[in-house]
Write a protein that binds this ligand. Structure first.
Ligand SMILES: N[C@@H](CCC(=O)N[C@@H](CS)C(=O)NCC(=O)O)C(=O)O
Length: 238
């Protein structure tokens, strides 16, 4: 696995013909952008940032010190959803918003509402020393409208017969739900069987080329959460 660059590192030179992509291997927001890069086969040069010991040079370019970010035509660009949209416009094939403007805005509203799931997951995994039942229940509850949405769409993917932007933007959290079991030492298991539509969707997504190429097993995600929560620098290079 690529090394995450830390404080004492030197900024790597840009690679001609490749998009510079600042990332972190375990970041779900960076994964969103990676999935778009993969789906569109865009030549890119990933540089992984150690977020507990951020490189000086990175803070000089981007004082917020967050990932994901891209450098395109000398311009520094950030925010996963903006980056995903930019890539879709700049590299049109295959289109990831293919269902027209009305569906696009509906999908964007849905992606925004998915923030309830991402914050419930973060609360469960990161805010208490041991995972708590009430936080686990809140996460499970937050998935109900997501299951309902897929049922109502009545399609294999949220985007129809093939994965679209909406599928890629929510996928990273589903990949991480399986890490709840090892992090909680078997106490909590995400009950995917209670969400039959999402279970089928998840199985289809994981087999999809862009997703499979960047997929990590639950124990890797779990190890990152455990290290990160205890503030260990090993969280980024293990
Ligand atoms: N809204 C941002 C969120 C990005 C974000 O929070 N990234 C985390 C890593 S997963 C980060 O860079 N954290 C470093 C920090 O907050 O110092 C996006 O969608 O790109």
């Amino acid at each position: 696995m690529a090394k995450h660059l830390a404080k004492d590192s030197v900024e790597p030179q840009l690679v001609p013909g490749k998009l510079r992509f600042y990332s972190m291997r375990y970041c779900p927001y960076a994964q969103r952008v990676q999935l778009v890069l993969n789906a569109k086969k865009i030549p890119h040069d990933p540089v992984f940032i150690n977020l507990s010991d951020k490189p000086e040079w990175y803070l000089n370019i981007f004082p917020a010190g967050k990932v994901p970010a891209l450098i395109y035509d000398g311009k520094f660009l950030s925010e996963s959803l903006h980056l995903a949209d930019f890539l879709d416009e700049q590299y049109p094939e295959p289109p990831l918003w293919k269902n027209g403007p009305l569906q696009k805005i509906l999908d964007k509203i849905f992606i925004e509402s998915f923030g309830k799931v991402t914050s419930a997951f973060y609360k469960l995994m990161m805010t208490t020393p041991e995972l708590e039942k009430s936080n686990f229940n809140e996460l499970v509850e937050s998935l109900k409208p997501v299951e309902d949405e897929l049922a109502q769409r009545d399609s294999k993917y949220f985007g129809g017969s093939s994965p679209q932007m909406i599928d890629y933007m929510i996928w990273p959290w589903f990949e991480r739900f399986d890490s709840i079991e090892p992090v909680s030492k078997g106490l909590f298991i995400f009950p995917l069987d209670k969400f039959p539509k999402l279970e089928k969707w998840k199985n289809a997504m994981v087999a999809e080329e862009a997703v499979a190429a960047y997929h990590l097993p639950p124990d890797k995600h779990a190890q990152h959460f455990i290290y990160r929560k205890s503030g260990l620098p090993a969280a980024f290079n293990f």
